[in-house]
Design a protein around this ligand. Structure first.
Ligand code: GUN
Length: 308
């Protein structure tokens, strides 16, 4: 149906994980076992699925992992005590606080309490600063996964016009800095941007991370460009399904069986205009966990003064 080249995130994630498993074997020969502590608070179904998948991937790659599940009534004080304990543990290289945290918990204070050298999500202000100034550190998993994908699929970034839609601390902002480091000419657009299509139509690389189902349409995409869709939106109504997927019999079957399907922030019909694109699902999603594994091994090495 689409004409652009599919950038297969699942395949790239598998290649990254193979590299990580090789690194883990090399570290084992030096008596080092990287360890990740994943903290999952409460009963948010999506978070439970993500964290379980993170822990399972650790097991598959030979990384030690520990799942800690405080009740959703936990206080900021109790969480700070937990983080302090994990910071002090010699066997823990990475600490992951799955977001969102419940409203009574001060998420900002907690993210700042994590030892920056164990901050495998790259959310600590110290790592934000290291990223901004080009010092070795830990970068957020989703945007660094996008850079890995572009590198490994041979899509040039240097001198290209890159447009990022979305300015979140987790994706949009670090994505812009990482693209800049690759010598792209970067524009960040957001909900207050006037004439958004004027920017996107000039984008050789368009990264969309705004959380709005099918927002980017065919007319907004430069023909032949690379479109990276970070969005993941669940489609449950027949009306929305038909708007995005009318005539797609494979999707139709999925939708009928499961009662829902996923659509990104890009209207799937816009992928026909692109030269290459990441599908949803199977594009950016699998890269996030692969990069978390890479960051855990990186943290283990950095903390011991080993070359990364
Ligand atoms: N919640 C949604 N995305 C993320 C992520 O990348 N890391 C963490 N810790 N929580 C999330």
């Amino acid at each position: 149906m689409a004409n652009g080249r599919i950038l297969d995130g699942t395949a790239i994630a598998a290649a990254i994980k193979e590299d990580v498993a090789r690194e883990v074997t090399k570290l084992a020969a030096q008596g080092i076992l990287p360890g990740l502590a994943a903290v999952l608070v409460g009963n948010v179904p999506a978070s439970q699925i993500y964290v379980r998948s993170k822990v399972k991937t650790c097991e598959a790659l030979g990384i030690a992992s520990e799942l800690i599940t405080p009740a959703d009534t936990v206080t900021t004080g109790q969480m700070l005590a937990l983080v302090a304990k994990l910071n002090a543990r010699e066997d823990i290289d990475g600490i992951l606080l799955q977001l969102p945290l419940p409203p009574q918990v001060n998420a900002k204070a907690l993210l700042e309490a994590v030892n920056p050298d164990k901050d495998v999500d790259g959310f600590h202000p110290v790592n934000v600063g290291r990223l901004q100034t080009g010092q070795p550190g830990l970068s957020p998993c989703t945007p660094s996964g996008v850079i890995e994908l572009l590198k490994r699929t041979g899509i040039p970034m240097s001198g290209q016009n890159a447009v990022v839609i979305g300015r979140s601390d987790i994706v949009g902002k670090p994505m812009a800095i990482l693209l800049l480091q690759q010598n792209a000419t970067v524009t960040v657009c957001h909900s207050k941007t006037r004439d958004l299509a004027e920017f996107t139509r000039n984008a050789d690389i368009l990264v969309v991370a705004m959380g709005h189902a099918g927002f980017v349409t065919s007319e907004m995409v430069k023909p032949g460009s690379t479109v990276i869709d970070v969005g993941m939106n669940r489609v449950t109504s027949r009306e929305d399904f038909d708007r995005f997927f009318a005539g797609d019999s494979r999707r139709e079957k999925m939708f009928r069986e499961k009662g829902s399907t996923l659509v990104g922030d890009v209207d799937p019909r816009a992928f026909r205009v692109a030269g290459a694109y990441t599908p949803v699902p199977g594009g950016v999603g699998p890269l996030t966990i692969a990069m978390l594994m890479a960051n855990t091994v990186r943290a283990a090495k950095l903390r011991r003064g080993l070359k990364v």
